[in-house]
Design a protein around this ligand. Structure first.
Ligand SMILES: Nc1nc2c(ncn2[C@@H]2O[C@H](COP(=O)(O)OP(=O)(O)O)[C@@H](O)[C@H]2O)c(=O)[nH]1
Ligand SMILES: [Mg+2]
Length: 242
């Protein structure tokens, strides 16, 4: 029952934030839905806050359910909104995460370069995307915690090989130091934008990581918590200024 209520809340919030119920300029702003997937503890929540708020926390607790933030930005001079969904990595939340897959145009697959098993799990998460998200979204493989290079367990070459084999682009980030975080998300947004003219069945593979675009200016942002999480006990309500 609680799960269903949460699901409907998520659905309603998506409608509001997509601008369907709003008019004028707001409706015209393109919305790119992106989801972040990967095992628990790899840094998904911190990558999101690093991108949206330029913040990092050592204290972040396990994300419960799903959560998203919307960030308004300029994509090559055009006003765009990125709606980025953060998911919980644990198995008990997989069904809830799947409930928000619909309409995703981009996926960030995150592992922790200091944690071999989180990299091994990329096969599972990739399969999740292939099985549940249509048409195929643009995907970016992210090796996070680059600041912990001295504890690296996953060779860069292994990650690059996995990315090549699966038609993904690869980038390494540090949410803690904000290294390449803007670059990763902005690349994904540009890749989604470039894909919009392609047929639905077009392959997700795009340019090589070397082609990752530079970050753009970042104006207003909006944070919405659909499901209370331990680190955010007071969910904020979405507001639509129609
Ligand atoms: N050193 C380092 N720690 C990080 C980084 N990103 C996240 N963490 C830490 O890893 C833990 C899990 O991060 P979190 O964002 O909650 O991971 P999630 O479960 O995938 O959402 C937290 O203690 C973070 O402070 C990073 O880039 N570098
Ligand atoms: Mg989290």
């Amino acid at each position: 029952m609680i799960f269903r209520l949460r699901y409907y809340l998520a659905f309603l919030s998506t409608i509001f934030t997509s601008g369907v119920l709003c008019g004028g300029e707001y409706r015209a702003t393109p919305l790119f839905k992106i989801i972040i997937l990967g095992d628990s503890g790899v840094g998904k929540s911190n990558l999101l806050s690093a991108f949206v708020d330029d913040t990092f926390s050592d204290e972040t607790l396990t994300t419960i359910g799903v959560d998203f933030q919307t960030k308004e930005l300029s994509l090559d001079g055009r006003r765009t909104r990125a709606q980025i969904w953060d998911t919980a990595g644990q198995e008990r939340f997989h069904a809830m995460s799947r409930s928000i897959y619909t309409g995703s145009r981009g996926v960030v697959l995150v592992f922790d370069i200091t944690n071999e098993s989180s990299f091994t799990a990329m096969g599972f998460w990739l399969n999740e995307v292939k099985k549940h998200i249509f048409p195929a979204p643009v995907m970016l493989l992210v090796g996070n915690k680059l600041d912990l290079e001295h504890h690296r367990q996953v060779k860069k070459s292994a990650a690059q090989h996995f990315a090549e084999e699966n038609g993904l682009s690869y980038i390494e980030t540090s949410a803690r130091e904000r290294t390449q975080v803007q670059k990763a998300f902005m690349w994904l947004l540009r890749a989604i934008d470039a894909q919009k003219e392609l047929a639905p069945a077009a392959p997700a593979a795009l340019a090589a990581p070397a082609a990752l675009a530079a970050p753009a200016a970042t104006p207003p942002k909006q944070r919405v918590h659909l499901v209370p999480s331990r680190e955010q006990p007071q969910p904020k309500k979405t507001s639509c200024k129609c």
